[in-house]
Design a protein around this ligand. Structure first.
Ligand code: THU
Length: 157
């Protein structure tokens, strides 16, 4: 028996001002996208923004439903919208932000497992790393690839 370890590498920033230009723009878009949340049940507003290989930014926000599973997270709303609108373009990065009643939370918003799996799919489709930026008012985390937030990815492609 051998014990193994998986190390996760990421960068922490104090404010979005510390991010590189493209990432800062994407982070601002994710915060802006929180305004599109429809969350009458959880009151937790999440915004996401993806950057495509043509430079465009596509935004999404969580959309809830009285039949709970029929709603969708902000990240998948953004990724599916980008995939459907620009099927030939790659998703190169995703930023997300969230908070109760639309007020940005202090700690970074972290994506749910289903959204991580969908990120993994678009990363595999692109055959390029998809970076993930998680935004909070007190700190921001950047992961360079989906593998860092979804170790041992299932990928049958
Ligand atoms: N939510 C997201 O939009 N993204 C996530 O990664 C986790 C959760 C939404 C779903 C639901 O509308 C609300 O946050 C509370 O769970």
């Amino acid at each position: 028996m051998t014990e193994k370890q998986i190390n996760i590498r990421f960068h922490e920033f104090r404010t979005i001002e510390e991010l590189e230009d493209d990432d800062r723009e994407l982070a601002r878009a994710a915060i802006e996208a929180m305004g599109g949340a429809y969350a009458p049940y959880s009151h937790f507003h999440v915004g996401a923004a993806v950057r495509l290989s043509n430079g465009k930014i596509v935004k999404g926000a969580n959309q809830e439903n009285a039949a709970f599973p029929s709603g969708l997270c902000a990240e998948r709303t953004a990724m599916f919208s980008a995939g459907a609108t620009y099927p030939d373009k790659d998703i190169l990065s995703l930023a997300l932000a969230g908070g109760v009643m639309g007020r940005l939370g202090s700690e970074p918003a972290t994506p749910c497992g289903a959204c991580r799996q969908v990120m993994a799919q678009y990363q595999a489709k692109a055959r390029k790393p998809l970076s993930v930026i998680m935004i909070g008012a007190s700190r921001i985390w950047k992961f360079d690839k989906v593998d860092d937030i979804l170790p041992l990815i299932f990928d049958s492609i």
